[in-house]
Design a protein. Structure first.
Length: 295
C-alpha cells in the first residue's frame, strides 16, 4: 500500500513515493554516485503506470459522456412522441385553442406561433427564412415539454415572440437545454429541408455551441461547431449508421450547413466517401454540429 504524502494527490502520490523510496535507500549508501539502472527503471515504470491510468480514466469519462448524450437524445425523442400522442400535435406547434384547453402557455396561433401545421419555426415569412430564427415554436417546443413534465429540464420561455436582435447568449441559454457532452453546448430544434432545397422537410434537433453575438441583427441564431469528428462518429455509430450524410443522425460544419455538404473538416471531402474525418489532426477538434432527424 502506498502511504499518503502530505500535499500530494492520488495521481502524483505514486511518483513521489517512488522517488522517496529511492532517496531513502540512497541515504543509507551515501558513498554511491548516480542512479542505478534498476532505480531509473523503477521510476519509469511508476510514471508509465500513472500515465496509463490517466489515459484509461479519461477514456472512460468520455465514453460515459457519450452514453449520457445518447440517452438524453433518446429521452427527448420519446418525450416528443409522448406529447404528440397525448395532445395530438407537436410541442411548440400546439394550436392556440388546444394550448388553452390543456393549460399550456398562451400563443398567437399564427404561423410559427402555434398554428398546428407540424412545422417547427419561429414565424418568419417562409420556411427557409425561419430555419434559424430563435423564438416562437423553436423555444415554445421546450417550454411545452417542460410544462408537460416530459423532460427534466426547466425551460420557461416567456412568450412565443421572436427573440430580439442582439439578444445575449445568457438569455438564449435559459430557453434551450444543455447537452450532456459539453456544458457549453445546447440543443436547438426546427423543421427544415434535408438533403436539398426541395425537401423533404424534417424535424431536427441540433447540438451546437452558442457563439459571440448569439442572435444577429436578422434575429438568426449564431452557432459554432462544438462536437469533434471522433465523438460525432461514436454517437452516430451507436444511434444510427456511422455515416455523416445518411440516416437520422447526420453532421455538418455549421448550423447553416443545412445541405450537409462534405467538407475538409468534419466530413471527408471525397465525393465517393461518406465518412467522418477521423485523421489525427482533426479527430479531437470541435468541428461538427450533429443533427438528429425526427419525424
Amino acid at each position: 500500500m502506498i502511504p499518503k504524502v502530505a500535499g500530494s494527490s492520488p495521481v502524483t502520490r505514486p511518483i513521489i513515493w517512488g522517488f522517496m523510496t529511492i532517496y531513502n535507500k540512497r541515504t543509507l549508501h551515501a558513498n554511491r554516485h548516480g542512479f542505478t539502472l534498476v532505480e531509473i527503471s523503477i521510476v519509469l515504470i511508476i510514471i508509465g503506470l500513472v500515465l496509463g491510468g490517466i489515459i484509461v480514466g479519461n477514456s472512460m469519462i468520455r465514453s460515459a459522456e457519450i452514453l449520457a448524450q445518447i440517452k438524453q437524445i433518446n429521452e427527448y425523442n420519446t418525450a416528443v412522441k409522448t406529447f404528440k400522442m397525448k395532445y395530438g400535435l407537436l410541442p411548440g406547434d400546439l394550436s392556440a385553442d388546444r394550448a388553452s384547453a390543456y393549460g399550456f402557455i398562451s400563443r398567437a396561433g399564427t404561423k410559427g406561433r402555434g398554428n398546428g401545421d407540424y412545422i417547427i419555426t419561429a414565424g418568419a415569412s417562409s420556411i427557409y427564412d425561419a430555419f434559424y430564427h430563435v423564438g416562437g415554436e423553436t423555444v415554445m417546443f421546450w417550454r411545452d415539454l417542460s410544462d408537460a413534465n416530459l423532460i427534466s429540464d426547466v425551460l420557461k420561455a416567456g412568450s412565443d415572440l421572436l427573440l430580439p436582435a442582439e439578444t445575449s447568449r445568457e438569455i438564449v441559454k435559459t430557453y434551450l437545454p444543455k447537452t450532456k457532452i459539453s456544458s457549453n453546448a445546447h440543443i436547438f430544434v426546427n423543421t427544415g429541408y434535408h438533403g436539398n432545397a426541395m425537401g423533404p422537410l424534417r424535424n431536427k434537433l441540433y447540438i451546437f455551441s452558442l457563439s459571440i453575438g448569439d442572435i444577429d441583427e436578422d434575429q438568426n441564431l449564431n452557432a459554432e461547431s462544438i462536437i469533434s469528428p471522433g465523438i460525432s462518429y461514436a454517437i452516430d455509430s451507436k444511434l444510427d449508421d456511422g455515416r455523416p450524410r445518411e440516416g437520422f443522425v447526420v453532421a455538418s460544419d455549421h448550423i447553416t450547413g443545412f445541405f450537409v455538404a462534405a467538407n475538409d473538416k468534419c466530413i471527408l471531402t471525397e465525393s465517393a466517401l461518406n465518412k467522418y474525418n477521423l485523421a489525427p489532426i482533426y479527430i479531437n477538434n470541435p468541428l461538427c454540429i450533429v443533427h438528429f432527424l425526427n419525424d
